[in-house]
Structure formats: C-alpha cells, structure tokens
Design a protein around this ligand. Structure first.
Ligand code: 3PG
Length: 313
C-alpha cells in the first residue's frame, strides 16, 4: 500500500517520524508532499496512492478523481469541510477525521486570545481581567468543553449553547450553565468562543444582529472557521459599536478592511495556528496513520464520516 501525507502546513518532525514508523510496521510506502504551493502538485502526487493524510488541504472532486487507487482519506484534525464527501462516496473512498486529537491546542489558543484582547494586544494601557466575566461557548464539543473547563479555573462564569447536546449532565459535570438559544448566549457573553463547524446551516450565521446584542466591551473569539461569520455584518457591528472586539485564528476575507476600521479591536493570526503544537501534530498525525492501517487491514471504520452507501448517480 502507498500512502501520501499531503500537508501544505507540515506536521512537526516528531509527528512525521511517528507516522512513518506506523506505516513501516504495516509494510506500507510513505510519500511526503509538504509546503506545496500549487494544487497541480497534489494532483500529480495522488495518482497512484491508496491512502491520503491531509490537514486543511483541499480534497476536491478533482483530487479524488485524479486518485485512481484511493481507498481512504484521513483529515488529521476535526473539521472536514475541506474534503468533498460526496465525491469521495461516489468513488468508494472512505473519509475520516481524528476527533479530539488536536482539541487541547485549540482550546489553549482560544483562552490565550481572550487574554491578548483583554490586555490591548500587549500594548501599553489599562486592560481588563477575565475573572468574574461571562464566557459563552457556542457549540460544546471536544474543543468547547476543554475551553469551558479551563475557563472555570480562571474564574470565568461559563455558559454554553449546543442544540445537539440534550443531556444537561454534560454541562453540569463541568459546572457550565446551558442556555436555551443562540440569542440568549450572545446577549449574555462578555467573551464568546466559537466552536461551530462550517456547514450549509452555519455559514454566515454569526451576523450583525447577534454581534450587536453582545454586552458592552464584548469580545468574539473565532478558532473555528471564517465562513461562519457574516463579514458584512461584522464590519457594520465593529463600526457602530466601538467597544466590540474580534479576534480570529482564521483570517477573514476582509482582513485589511477590518484592521483599518477596528484598529486594536481586531486581530487575525497570519496563518491558522490553533492546532500548531507538537502535541497536537503527534496526536492527530499518528491517529490518522493508525486509522488508515486499521481500515485497510481490518476494516475498522469508527471515525468514518461517509458510512452510509452513496446515493449519488
Ligand atoms: C481542525 O479542524 O482540526 C483545525 O482547524 C486544525 O486545522 P489544521 O490541521 O489545518 O491546523
């Protein structure tokens, strides 16, 4: 079997070594395609591989069609909006992610971002403390839960909204108060940490109305996806409300405009860095490699995202 590890944003060396070891034990060949700048390089590299590991690299229909031997794609990470699931299913390619494996790194960054904005991006001047403020967590999955637990230790009052979690005990275990609607969440949150995926339902769902309902001096923290933000609404809210702040790990399309209109109330990391820790790379990268061997050798499909038979024509 031949495996391609295609990472425009490479894994740490330790993770790459671990991935190679797992495949060496299984008798698989590994090819690395790192820091590529053109999708033509990916299209050329997938031609004869049986398995593919990616991060946020785009696995489009074109890529899947070019990969004639492909049996499995593992997105080493949580969000899989970069993989065309329908094209994969149509070609009998299994798609998996590695849920939870990089969550701690993202949760730590979300908290760091709150402190960074509370202290005026580490420039002179009086800031505020997190202790005693209310943090709203939008979606209480792997990352949201870790943010919630860590935030409790910092003295924040933590509330959360997640329409898919119906058992209150999940929140109770962390001392977190669930609220009944997204409107209620935003209206009560001095800090709001976003952890929703980018889907047809969530795209542009964080809009002007929600942002304008946030308390005086509130900060929106986005370590999720840029697509969930309605950028026109964000621009309007940051213009009208000169107390609102936005910090993001995924540069918006309107980054320069936002920087100009909001100054120190806006910050975007130059490149998505939430999962950029050695630990997260090792956890997600090795999990991806193990999942590939498990699937190809034993048919293990616990994390397969397209289990149902394809209804595509
Ligand atoms: C994820 O969905 O797992 C995170 O956004 C991390 O993405 P990355 O692997 O591109 O850093």
């Amino acid at each position: 079997m031949k495996v391609l590890v295609a990472t425009e944003k490479p894994f740490a060396k330790k993770a790459v070594d671990g991935i190679k070891n797992i495949f060496a034990e299984a008798g698989y060949e590994v090819v690395l395609l790192e820091k590529y700048t053109d999708k033509a390089e990916l299209l050329a590299a997938v031609g004869d591989v049986d398995a593919l590991i990616v991060r946020s690299d785009k696995v489009t229909k074109e890529v899947i069609d070019a990969a004639k031997q492909l049996k499995i794609v593992v997105r080493a990470g949580a969000g899989y909006d970069n993989v065309d699931l329908q094209a994969a299913s149509a070609n009998n390619v299994a798609v998996m992610n590695t849920p939870g494996q990089n969550s701690n790194a993202v949760a730590e960054l979300a908290l760091a971002m709150m402190i960074y904005m509370s202290r005026n991006q580490f420039t002179p001047g009086t800031g505020i403390e997190l202790q005693g403020k209310t943090l709203g967590i939008h979606a209480y999955g792997n990352v949201g839960r870790l943010v919630g637990r860590k935030a409790k230790a910092l003295g924040l009052n933590v509330i959360a909204y997640d329409p898919f979690i119906t058992e209150r005990v999940v929140f109770d275990n962390d001392g977190v108060e669930p609220v009944g609607s997204v409107e209620e969440l935003y209206a009560a949150s001095d800090f709001l940490s976003l952890h929703i995926p980018a889907t047809e339902q969530t795209k542009k769902s964080i809009n002007y109305k929600l942002l304008m309902s946030m308390p005086q001096g509130a900060t929106l923290v986005n370590t999720a996806r840029k697509e969930v933000i309605d950028e026109d609404g964000l621009k309007a809210a940051l213009t009208e409300r000169t107390d609102l702040k936005y910090i993001t790990d995924i540069a918006p399309d309107a980054t320069s405009e936002l920087a100009e209109l909001a100054g120190k109330r806006f910050f975007a990391t130059p490149k998505k860095m939430g999962a950029e820790t050695a630990e997260a790379n090792i956890n997600a990268g090795l999990a991806a490699a193990r999942q590939i061997v498990g699937y190809l050798e034993r048919g293990e499909n616990r994390f397969q995202l397209n289990k149902k038979p394809c209804d595509c024509k």
